[in-house]
Design a protein around this ligand. Sequence first.
Ligand SMILES: NC(=O)c1ccc[n+]([C@@H]2O[C@H](COP(=O)([O-])OP(=O)(O)OC[C@H]3O[C@@H](n4cnc5c(N)ncnc54)[C@H](O)[C@@H]3O)[C@@H](O)[C@H]2O)c1
Ligand SMILES: [Zn+2]
Ligand SMILES: [Zn+2]
Length: 376
Amino acid sequence: MSESATAVLPPPAPAARTPRTAPKTMKATVFHGVGDLRVEEVPRPVPGPGEAVIRVTLTTICGTDLHIVRGEYPVRPGLIIGHEPVGVIAELGPGVTGYEVGERVLVGAITPCGQCRACLSGQHSQCGHGAGCEAIGGWRFGNTIHGAQAEYLLVPSAQANLAKVPDDLADEQVVLLADIASTGFGGAESGRIRIGDAVVVFAQGPIGLCATAGAKLMGAALIIGVDGDDRRLEMSKRMGADVVLDYRKTDVVAEVLKLTGGGADVAIEALGTQETFESCLRSLRPGGTLSSLGVYSGKLQVPYEAFAAGLGDHHIVTTLCPGGKERMRRLMEVVRHGRVDLTPLLTHSFPLDRIDEGYRLFGSRADGVLKVAIRP
Ligand SMILES: NC(=O)c1ccc[n+]([C@@H]2O[C@H](COP(=O)([O-])OP(=O)(O)OC[C@H]3O[C@@H](n4cnc5c(N)ncnc54)[C@H](O)[C@@H]3O)[C@@H](O)[C@H]2O)c1
Ligand SMILES: [Zn+2]
Ligand SMILES: [Zn+2]
């Protein structure tokens, strides 16, 4: 049997599928330095092998973006920020299969590669492989995507990260799944809430509100939401809290111990301070789980007596926002089947070229703002 010469050569790499009309530049939100964020015209990204470019149709601003603008998380000047995108596939790089230009997709805030040691060990959030990695505070947070507050976004490891949005779901119904809901639900899942558990969630910002909704999804019998903002406490009830406590007016730990008859099964920390971390620990029953979502700055101490001198059988777990297309698919199913509605959290809306107003409002927490829709 003779083999033709071409049969043993690898097939030529297919060219990127680029529509002829693709513009060369785009509007994007560029970080130039502390307090200096500008919407400007920049080159539009072009996908390389395994990558895709989406035209962003809806995005939002995250607390992490505020930290970046305030100089609390160092990133390089010139970075286009934003990591919560819904959009339409504009261009596919070579090697991305099973997708078409024009399909609507959601991309998680963390974009695991699906190939590295962390990914193949099931720890997708800890994927440290790829261009999206930014060193923050001396260590690396998984593959956080950057560039969603723009007209177009480059998606790395596209095969692992483009989650098709079902036709019956609007952008507004899914955009918050990319980050805050995946994180908040993740805190409830990592806490291994069981049907019938008593759960307390410290802080009812966007993350804590989603943790409250997550606790309900996991089957908690009693959910206690803690915050100091009346509108957020109101929203906490809407997201599933049975009881809300104002930390400014109540001895929260004493009240939690009373309401739960000796301590919560799971306490979720959704702020990132020594005070709330400690309050979580003090609110737990022996053997309970502290599920921590907050990002802490500086030293975090475990008080010896709240820790039962190390004999309390406590579990302390942390969660970094789970990403990847399978995570997004599952979360979209939760919304699609009416198990949760996150649209009340999207309180305000701005076009991309007025994103500075969105940042000011979101940063000031004025006017009952929870999340701001940004429309490129
Ligand atoms: N783990 C992750 O992957 C991940 C992802 C995104 C954000 N985060 C972190 O989650 C935390 C919360 O983010 P957010 O955007 O919801 O924050 P936010 O700043 O919008 O909300 C914080 C809330 O805490 C309340 N609060 C203040 N002091 C309190 C106290 N002593 N007790 C109870 N509530 C108190 C405030 O009233 C506010 O409503 C931050 O640390 C953020 O960096 C973690
Ligand atoms: Zn974020
Ligand atoms: Zn990986």
